[in-house]
Every structure is written in C-alpha cells, then in structure tokens.
Ligand binder design. Structure first.
Ligand code: ARG
Length: 264
C-alpha cells in the first residue's frame, strides 16, 4: 500500500512539474553548489570548475547522465536536495551529525580542516587566542557553527568566504575561520595575511543526497568508489592542489595514523 502511494505520488509529481523541474529529468543530474570555494568549486569565466565540479562530471558520466550545476548560497545547498530541486549537493560539504538528520551523505571523499587566517602581524597564534576576538566566517558553514564555542568572540557572517577574507584585509575582523584549501588559495592571492599552522577542527567532505533517494545514493557511492579505485579521482585533485600540499597532507595523514595507532 505504501509503495503504491509512493508510486502515485511520484507520478503526480512528474505530471505537475513536467519538464520545468530539471531534477525530475531522468537524464540530468542536478548538482547544487556554491561556487565561491576554490579549489573545490569556483568560476572561471562563465564556467564552474574545481574538484567537486569535475568529480561530479565524472560521476554523471558513469551514471549515463548529464551534469547540470546550480550555483546558489551555501546555506541553501542542503535545502535544495531536500526539496528535490537538486539531485545532489557537492560543495565541500562537511559531514556533521546535525546535517545527517536532514540529508543522507555518500562515503566521504576528502579530509579537511577548518583553519585560521590572520593578518601577518597578528598576535593570534592559535585557536585559543581567538577568545574575545572578532571572527569572520562564511554563513552556514562549519566554521560558522564551530566558532560559536569560542568564548566572548563576536562572529561576522558573510555570504562568501572571500568576503570574510576581504573584511580581514580591511581590518574589520581579527581572524577568518574557513576550510584549509580555500584558505590557502585566498592567502596566496593576497598580501598581508597568513595561515596559522594549527587547525581549528578536523572534518570530512561528502556528497549530500535526499533522505528518500536511496537508489541514487547507492549509484553515486558506487561511481565515487570506482573513481577513487582507478585513480581518476586523485588525478582531478592533483590538477587543482599542488603536490607540495599533497605531500603535506600525506605527512599529516601519516602522523594522524600514528596517533591513532598509539591511542588504540
Ligand atoms: N566545509 C564547510 C561546510 O561544510 C564549508 C563548505 C563551503 N562550501 C562552499 N562551496 N562555499 O560547512
């Protein structure tokens, strides 16, 4: 009975939305993202490029679908898959317990960290020094969520990560908390700011898919794991992240593994 209801409902949805809702189109994989996040998704002229954009393209290929990327505010990407406006959300999205309540996540594809950017001559040397400071973040990101725990800090929320960095350049905030890879890009593109060594938090990225769409979740996981196994995923990463950084990440991962082994 439940299945029948679902089928009737699904039929009604297709009828009512018809061709206008692309996420209902069998051959188009609609990806919600926020293309303000190099090297994962950013604009190059009219095009949205980056690790997520290219990996999603490869996943779509494997599914025999065409990728369509919808660029929106970061704090809308999960809602877009929940409402069915998009099939997947891929935007350097960190898996969190709270987000798991509203969407499903695929297997993770990247280890990430929230890092701290400060002015070159700043007295802030690590996470503990953020106490009482003004911190810039991108609205709705894990940076935004986690700085809430910093005692007496005041948080300035920006729509784009780069706007937070601009505020730092203008002396409007004392620090920016943002994902490590975009942080490196922003720091390399601007004079007078630096990245602190100590990470604020460790996290992992995954692709978000609607709760009721187990079929797509399984397909995307299969495709993602194939891309990891055959090296195509790494090839895309290497295209966007220099090997110096990759070595760093490897050493980090190795020392992490050691710590894990010790604590076990
Ligand atoms: N990893 C962080 C999070 O999930 C930030 C992601 C921001 N992504 C973006 N495309 N702007 O909250």
């Amino acid at each position: 009975m439940k299945k029948l209801m679902a089928a009737v409902l699904a039929g009604a949805m297709v009828l009512s939305f018809g061709m206008t809702a692309m996420a209902e189109d069998d051959n188009v994989l609609v990806m919600a993202t926020n293309a303000e996040f190099p090297p994962y998704e950013f604009r190059e002229g009219d095009e949205i490029v980056g690790i997520d954009a290219e990996v999603a393209g490869l996943i779509a290929d494997k599914l025999g679908m065409e990728l369509q990327i919808d660029d929106m505010a970061f704090d809308s990407v999960l809602a877009a898959v929940q409402s069915g406006k998009a099939d997947i959300a891929m935007a350097g999205i960190t898996v969190t317990e709270e987000r798991k309540m509203s969407v499903n996540f695929t297997d993770t594809y990247t280890k990430a960290t929230q890092m701290i950017i400060v002015a070159e001559d700043s007295e802030i040397q690590g996470p503990d020094d953020l106490e009482g400071k003004t911190i810039g973040v991108q609205l709705g990101t894990t940076g935004d969520i986690y700085v809430d725990d910093v005692p007496d800090a005041s948080v300035e929320r920006y729509n784009k990560g780069f706007e937070a960095v601009q505020a730092l350049l203008q002396g409007k905030v004392d620090a920016v908390v943002i994902d490590g890879e975009p942080a490196k890009v922003f720091v390399s593109q601007n004079e007078g700011i630096k990245l602190l060594d100590e990470a604020f938090t460790e996290e992992e990225y995954a692709i978000a898919i609607a709760k009721d769409n187990d079929e797509l979740l399984e397909k995307v996981n299969t495709a993602l794991n194939e891309l990891k196994d055959n090296g195509e995923f790494q090839k895309v990463v290497d295209k966007y992240i220099s090997s110096d950084d990759a070595e760093e990440a490897e050493t980090e991962a190795a020392s992490e593994a050691e710590t894990e082994a010790v604590t076990e």
